[in-house]
Design a protein around this ligand. Structure first.
Ligand SMILES: C[S@@+](CC[C@H](N)C(=O)[O-])C[C@H]1O[C@@H](n2cnc3c(N)ncnc32)[C@H](O)[C@@H]1O
Length: 210
């Protein structure tokens, strides 16, 4: 998400200490405890301005949600809207650090929504569905843990299909035009709303670890 760096962001973001877990690594292996319950933990990577995860958290109080976003200026926007939602925590982290933040088998589900496509081959490792990331997800997800992936980008979608297939994830669902039929119950992201309004198809994949 291209957002101009907010002035004095380091100061401003501190106000949201209850909403953003600034010492996320200290919670490794103890996320459920940090939420004060034993409910499942769902993680969104590249949360952006937060609409998707905030709406999910409001609709599903029996699930704990964590939104991971690398940009401080972007997560600040999400934090402003997420204050006071007890089953939602934001973390201002790079997904490359996920194994320092989560213990093996700590997460029930991961959402990858409109991840940056990184089209150049030399940037493949940065794609959030590259084999390196899929290996990390396998570690932090429980057995039979789920990934839900949405994208407008055909290249990233096809690349992700191939990588999930190569790693033998179980395919549970696949849709080439998610919003074509009844989409009332679909919780959307900021990017999704934009592409939907333009009539662009949204690609969707749901996979499960063995
Ligand atoms: C294209 S935007 C999509 C935002 C949101 N998911 C949506 O659909 O509206 C991708 C987001 O992922 C974040 N991001 C990119 N690489 C990341 C990484 N390695 N770790 C965490 N967040 C990342 C970007 O800062 C950006 O906010």
């Amino acid at each position: 998400m291209r957002l101009r760096k907010i002035k004095n962001i380091n100061e401003k973001i501190k106000k949201y200490e209850g909403t953003i877990a600034f010492n996320a690594k200290d919670n490794k292996g103890m996320w459920k405890k940090s939420f004060g319950n034993n409910n499942p933990v769902y993680l969104e990577i590249g949360t952006g301005k937060g609409n998707f995860i905030i709406e999910n958290a409001k609709r599903n109080p029996e699930i704990n949600y964590i939104g991971c976003e690398i940009s401080d200026s972007v997560i600040y926007k999400a934090a402003k809207k997420a204050e006071g939602i007890s089953n939602l925590t934001l973390i201002n982290e790079d997904a490359f650090s996920l194994m320092d933040i989560f213990e093996d088998n700590e997460i029930e589900k991961i959402f990858l929504n409109f991840s940056d496509p990184w089209p150049k081959s030399r940037h493949e490792k940065r794609r959030l569905t590259s084999p390196g990331f899929l290996n990390i997800y396998k570690r932090i997800l429980i057995e039979k843990g789920i990934i839900e992936f949405k994208s407008d980008n055909q290249h990233l979608f096809e690349y992700s299909l191939i990588k999930f297939n190569e790693q033998k994830w179980d395919f549970l669902d696949l849709n080439l035009n998610l919003h074509k039929e009844n989409d009332e119950d679909i919780i959307t992201t900021e990017y999704e709303d934009k592409f939907k309004a333009l009539g662009q198809p949204i690609y969707y994949i749901k996979v499960r670890t063995k």
